[in-house]
Ligand binder design. Structure first.
Ligand SMILES: *Cc1c(COP(=O)(O)O)cnc(C)c1O
Length: 381
């Protein structure tokens, strides 16, 4: 029995809804009834001014960079410990990246280091809510306000997680979600842009529709549509939106199912943590997480390589995350690390992600816990 790292969720009504798109609605392109239902679901549930479904989180981030008018030479403050999409969106518009170190407890950008990285060229702070655990948003918003900066939340992993009761992605000026198959809720490939700042509402719709005001035309607000701004094709197909909508209807049960697995891992591995052998994720008191991920932190890179091998031998697929961007080829070209990299590289080398997906069986979770305990107790030798 090979235990995969991920298995995309399938909760039941996806096929029925996709059939409906094909046989009943006769509309496969974007902005059909399911796309609109998804938009409305987020707007209502997360109390946000506007949600627009997109073709990916990568594209939602690209839209954000266009909306805040990033120009060559502008600087953005971002963690180096993140996925490439967080920064590509801004690099495509000519921005320079200023990487700030992370906090070892949450792997999120260290809010206490942001202000010293601000220059007169800084345009935005881009916090990433790693593992669906929120960054210190109060502090980040306070710095942004003081220096007149935008905050773009990369909440790709943060759907259904909160900070002081607020949904991740709804606290900054713009938030971006991912519905890639590796995320908690999926449509294969897809995402959403969440708009809090009113001034972006009309323009977001235009950028998503190839720079045209076609959305207004379809609503009958204008009698012909034309090209009014720069833009691209960021509208997802109805087929994908139908898949996602089935999952949104079951969002609570998907969330609870994942949290159960997460808690099972935590309880099972607590003893190793208490002995100081490994570290486990830390959830700050203001944060409610969404069990996007369960990771352990080993001693170092070498121990991690050994445990990956040990788990693989036992048919468990466990993976690591991310090679810090500032040390990659493109990262060297497009950015600089502000001050010292104390934790980014060191902590990323220790991190190991365990299988976690909707429907991961209890006995498999226990088996994985046992194999990790085996490794540390030396009984595998
Ligand atoms: C998954 C992910 C993305 C990209 O999402 P896509 O929908 O695949 O474009 C961006 N940022 C982070 C932090 C992610 O985890």
């Amino acid at each position: 029995m090979m235990i995969n790292f991920n298995k995309p969720p399938h909760v039941g009504k996806e096929i029925e809804y996709i059939k409906q798109v094909i046989e009943k609605n006769n509309k496969l392109c974007g902005d059909g009834p399911f796309t609109k239902k998804c938009n409305a679901w987020f707007e209502e549930k997360f109390k946000t001014k506007q949600c627009l479904m997109t073709t990916s989180c990568t594209h939602a981030l690209e839209m954000a960079a266009i909306l805040i008018d990033i120009k060559p030479g502008d600087e953005i403050i971002v963690p180096s410990f993140t996925f490439v999409s967080t920064v590509n969106a801004f690099v495509l518009r000519g921005a320079k990246l200023v990487f700030v170190d992370i906090r070892p407890d949450t792997m999120n950008i260290d809010e206490s280091l942001i202000e010293e990285a601000v220059t007169e060229k800084t345009k935005a702070i881009v916090p990433v809510h790693y593992a669906g655990i929120s960054c210190e948003m109060d502090k980040i918003m306070e710095i942004a306000k003081k220096h007149n900066l935008y905050v773009i939340e990369d909440a790709a992993q943060g759907v259904m997680a909160t900070y002081k009761g607020n949904a991740l992605g709804t606290m900054g000026d713009i938030g971006c979600y991912s519905f890639h198959e590796t995320k908690n809720y999926t449509m294969g490939e897809g995402g959403a842009i969440i708009i809090q700042d009113e001034k972006f509402i009309d323009r977001a719709e235009i950028i998503r529709e190839k720079g045209t005001n076609r959305s207004k035309f379809f609503r009958g607000q204008i009698d012909k549509y034309s090209w009014v701004d720069m833009g691209s094709s960021y509208l997802p197909s109805e087929l994908n939106a139908a898949y996602l909508y089935a999952q949104l209807e079951e969002a609570e049960s998907i969330n609870n199912n994942r949290l159960n697995t997460w808690n099972m891992y935590y309880q099972g591995l607590k003893e190793l943590k208490e002995e100081g052998v490994i570290e486990l994720p830390h959830i700050p008191k203001d944060c409610e997480h969404n069990a996007h991920m369960f990771y352990i932190k080993c001693k170092d890179l070498e121990e991690r390589s050994n445990i990956i091998k040990h788990l693989k031998k036992n048919e468990i697929s466990a993976v690591f995350h991310y090679i810090p961007l500032h040390s990659s080829q493109a990262g060297l070209n497009y950015g600089t690390f502000h001050n010292k990299d104390i934790y980014t590289t060191k902590e990323s080398e220790r991190l190991l992600r365990l299988p976690l997906y909707y429907g991961l069986e209890k006995d498999k979770t226990e088996y994985i816990v046992d194999k990790i305990i085996d490794f540390y107790r030396g009984t595998h030798k």
